[in-house]
Design a protein around this ligand. Structure first.
Ligand SMILES: NC(=O)c1ccc[n+]([C@@H]2O[C@H](COP(=O)([O-])OP(=O)(O)OC[C@H]3O[C@@H](n4cnc5c(N)ncnc54)[C@H](O)[C@@H]3O)[C@@H](O)[C@H]2O)c1
Length: 380
């Protein structure tokens, strides 16, 4: 008999859907000891919240997130709202003793993230930050290969996250659809939104980033603000490129932009080690490219590993070898791992503290770009 876990979801947008799908699917595919029960969904518009509750099977809906926190019946609060609301909700949820799943980036900046980590650790509540790309099977397989020492000493880690949706100066800032362009709601631009993913995965794969040197650009400097109706300065970074040094002496090279015409959401990384290299591409997310220098030279070359066999991460839970899975499954894996850890009393990863480490890198990147100098990254 599975233990029921009552979930309160705050935010019914893009992430609200991925998380709701994960709660709905997890018991069908993973033998976890908990059964998530979709109790309440909260969002800004009552009619949308009502429709969302009906569509996804939530028992009730509200437009006031405080009601989710105050509800003694709720075990787990899931935060899927814009970045400027994460801290207040997470701290309140921690004080109320709830399990917390929070979308990335953890906060607007590291100072705010520190207050969240303090509150969560003081309350001792189970917590997880939704850096879901770690749970793409091919990305998890990359971690396994690195940990097994197959790459040997790592020399280079490079990652890109490229989009092209804000090139037009007519795209506004602020409001529901374009809060990511409003620095007050987002905290930063591509650094917190996209590079935070690359940084989390990179530090998971390759360890702590010690120092960074960055440049950023805001190509469109003024945009109409949806809430005020006025043309206002744009405070976010449209593009960011940084180099860094990892604690293991390898060199990092990261780039993100929303101005790479032709790219909708191209996250790629490549890792070069002494013995082997690995590469991955979100557009072909079930494949891992692998080059092993110990192969006989006449057949040596990049292999494209189709990550669908039962002995590959998570894949024994899905279909049969040869059949791939997709983006939404990363959130199912995230919930499955979280519930498994919960049952065993183990901390989930990435925790709020691990996400603070990513936030420290993001802050150092933005400070480096501003001051035009190398910055040392604070340790979480
Ligand atoms: N893990 C990922 O890959 C990933 C992808 C996209 C977004 N995100 C993160 O998820 C979070 C949400 O992003 P999104 O794309 O789902 O945004 P979205 O704009 O699609 O949805 C935001 C939701 O927040 C709700 N909301 C806003 N203000 C509120 C308030 N005062 N009270 C209650 N609800 C309120 C809105 O009603 C909406 O449902 C952000 O932190 C974002 O960075 C993560």
């Amino acid at each position: 008999m599975k233990k029921k876990l009552n979930v309160g979801l705050i935010g019914y947008g893009f992430m609200g859907r991925t998380h709701s799908n994960a709660y709905s699917q997890v018991n069908h595919f993973f033998d976890v000891p908990y059964e998530p029960v979709l109790q309440v969904v909260c969002g800004l518009e009552e009619n949308v919240a009502k429709d969302f509750a009906e569509q996804w099977g939530y028992k009730s809906y509200t437009t006031d997130w405080h009601k989710v926190i105050e509800d003694d019946n709720i075990d787990q609060v899931d935060i899927c709202v814009p970045n400027n609301m994460h801290a207040e909700i997470a701290i309140a949820a921690a004080k109320a003793g709830k399990n917390i799943i929070c979308e990335k980036p953890l906060a607007l900046n590291a100072a705010q993230a520190e207050t969240m980590v303090d509150a969560i650790e003081k309350a001792g509540v189970p917590n997880l930050v939704s850096f879901n790309y770690r749970r793409v099977p091919a990305v998890t397989l990359a971690k396994m290969l690195i940990d097994e020492g197959r790459l040997g000493k790592i020399f280079h880690y490079r990652a890109n996250f490229l989009q092209d949706w804000t090139i037009s100066a007519n795209v506004p800032q602020g409001g529901m659809a374009t809060w990511r362009l409003d620095v007050k709601a987002a905290g930063s631009g591509v650094t917190g939104d996209l590079l935070a993913h690359c940084i989390d995965t990179a530090m998971w794969h390759n360890g702590q980033i010690d120092s960074v040197c960055a440049m950023t650009e805001t190509f469109v400097k003024k945009r109409m603000h949806v809430e005020t109706g006025k043309v206002e300065d744009v405070g976010i970074d449209d593009a960011c490129t940084f180099i860094c040094r990892f604690g293991n002496e390898s060199l990092g090279n990261f780039e993100s932009t929303r101005y790479a015409r032709g790219h909708k959401s191209l996250y790629t990384f490549e890792i070069n080690g002494e013995k082997a290299s690995i590469a991955w591409d979100l557009h072909d997310l079930h494949r891992l490219s692998y080059f092993d220098h110990s192969d006989e030279s006449i057949v040596r070359g990049w292999r494209s590993v189709h990550v669908t066999d039962g002995d590959m991460p998570y894949m024994d839970k899905w279909w049969v070898p040869g059949l791939q899975i997709g983006y939404e499954h990363t959130f199912v894996h995230q919930i499955a791992d979280f519930l498994e850890n919960l049952a065993e009393g183990k901390p989930a990863s990435p925790s709020f503290r691990e996400a603070l480490a990513t936030q420290y890198v993001c802050d150092a990147v933005l400070a480096s770009a501003k001051d035009k100098e190398w910055k040392t990254v604070k340790k979480a």
